[in-house]
Design a protein around this ligand. Structure first.
Ligand SMILES: Cc1cc2nc3c(=O)[nH]c(=O)nc-3n(C[C@H](O)[C@H](O)[C@H](O)COP(=O)(O)OP(=O)(O)OC[C@H]3O[C@@H](n4cnc5c(N)ncnc54)[C@H](O)[C@@H]3O)c2cc1C
Length: 414
């Protein structure tokens, strides 16, 4: 939906820098910015294999959620750490959007955690409310009628509404963040890193050039095993999204409800400020990060089915975009944060809440690697530490079994 970016500035030849950040998603953008603030006289290079935000950071559902949503996976103390980090990540993004007037459909609408299946609704909503009480978060419970007034469908049984979350166009957000980086950050795109050699200095080999730098931060999300790190700690999950064309005036009238909203459940749905419907549904485990044409067609059919189940009045609505993005998963939902080897640091692995968590983790990683403290450092460290993964084929079998179980539990939604 965004205009074509200007041609990429590619890394060529041999360069020297104080810091290199590899990966220009929200984590890398936050890390590069923070380094530049802490060390205004240092030369910082931010690199990406593609373009800024072309990874998950620009391809997600655009919910900047300020509350932990993994109620079943984490204990109360971890949820409290998560909550503080998410609130700080959201505030960080809000600060940059406001200061630099970044146009990204920023909408402080809150978000809805909805339940479809009446039998499970009570228990699941109680779990969510218990966790929100424990972290001291404000919320409101909505029954089917109250929810239908917002989202224009009676498909959902009920929901918990948390008012502080923000809805956004994530690609526009990433581009705006990159355009407003401090002057001592040089951004190189279409510059894949092929090798990072630890040491003092660290050597970074790209396809068309190389850099020697005092320190390197790896913010490459699920792609880090390709650089030889965390091979048995993280794995990719492919998540799929469709975005409709703009709703016509008749469709808007037929649909009713609020002009924008975001529902996170097994399936994420949004009505965006640009008057489109977004659906995120379909999770795959595969070493192949790209969607085939056949897969794209099947997804479109499946997303259309989900749309007509919720909004039969939108039966003529086409999807203009269908795409996939990569979640970085760990076995125990813990992220990775810290020093990997001499001169090399990394922050990654946020599953589905990476916009605020990636932002704050990137900022904190810059502080950690440059020897600065922060009140939030103990929080990010407390929820880090991925458990070791089993080798293949056991990993693949385990992930497939878990995804099937999750699909079965959420069968009422689709
Ligand atoms: C479909 C989908 C929906 C989601 N919905 C939400 C949501 O609503 N809210 C939310 O908070 N989170 C959501 N997430 C999760 C969130 O998008 C991610 O957790 C977050 O964007 C991760 O940010 P990151 O900067 O760590 O990684 P990324 O955005 O993946 O950035 C990593 C970057 O590293 C680059 N890179 C990798 N390897 C190399 C290399 N060798 N050389 C150079 N560059 C390299 C990549 O090109 C990429 O740009 C969603 C994710 C997906 C896929």
């Amino acid at each position: 939906m965004l205009p074509e970016p200007a041609p990429a500035n590619r890394l060529k030849g041999k360069l020297v820098a104080d810091w290199v950040v590899v990966g220009a998603g929200v984590t890398g953008l936050a890390a590069a910015r923070r380094l530049a603030e802490l060390e205004p006289h240092s030369h910082i290079i931010l690199l990406d294999e593609y373009r800024v935000g072309y990874g998950a950071s620009g391809r997600n559902s655009g919910l900047i959620i300020d509350t932990p949503h993994l109620t079943e996976e984490l204990d109360v103390s971890s949820n409290r750490c998560m909550s503080r980090l998410l609130i700080a990540g959201l505030a960080e993004l809000e600060g940059h959007v406001t200061k630099h007037s970044i146009e990204c459909e920023w909408s402080p609408r809150g978000h809805l955690s909805a339940i479809v299946d009446g039998k499970r609704a009570k228990k699941e909503l109680q779990n969510t409310c218990r966790m929100l009480d424990a972290v001291g978060e404000e919320y409101q419970c909505l029954d089917r009628d109250a929810l239908a007034d917002v989202v224009g469908t009676r498909h959902y049984h009920s929901a918990v509404y948390t008012p502080r979350s923000v809805l956004v166009n994530p690609a526009a957000l990433c581009r705006g963040l990159a355009d407003t980086l401090p002057d001592n950050v040089d951004v190189y795109e279409e510059s894949p890193v092929r090798r990072v050699e630890p040491g003092s200095p660290v050597r970074i080999d790209c396809v068309e050039g190389s850099i020697v730098a005092a320190k390197v931060l790896l913010t490459t999300n699920a792609f880090i095993p390709k650089l030889g790190f965390l091979r048995r700690e993280v794995f990719p999950l492919i998540e799929c999204v469709s975005l409709s064309r703009e709703l016509t005036e008749e469709e808007q009238a037929a649909m009713s409800g609020a002009p924008d909203w975001g529902v996170a459940a097994y399936v994420t749905m949004r009505r965006t400020l640009s008057n489109r419907i977004l659906i995120r549904h379909g999770t795959y485990y595969s070493g192949e990060f790209r969607l085939s044409q056949d897969m794209r067609r099947r997804l479109e059919v499946s997303h259309r089915k989900g749309l007509s189940k919720r909004y039969p009045m939108l039966d003529k609505l086409d999807f203009e975009y269908v795409w996939a993005g990569v979640f970085c998963m760990t076995r125990n939902w813990a992220s990775y944060f810290g020093r990997l080897e001499r001169g090399i640091f990394a922050a990654l692995g946020y599953a589905g809440v990476g916009l605020p968590r990636g932002t704050i983790s990137g900022k904190l990683l810059a502080e950690f690697a440059s020897g600065h403290g922060s009140d939030l450092m103990s929080d990010v460290q407390a929820i880090s530490g991925p458990k070791r993964l089993p080798p293949e084929p056991f990993l693949g079998l385990g992930v497939a079994a878990r995804l099937s179980w999750h699909r079965w539990r959420s069968r009422a939604e689709w």
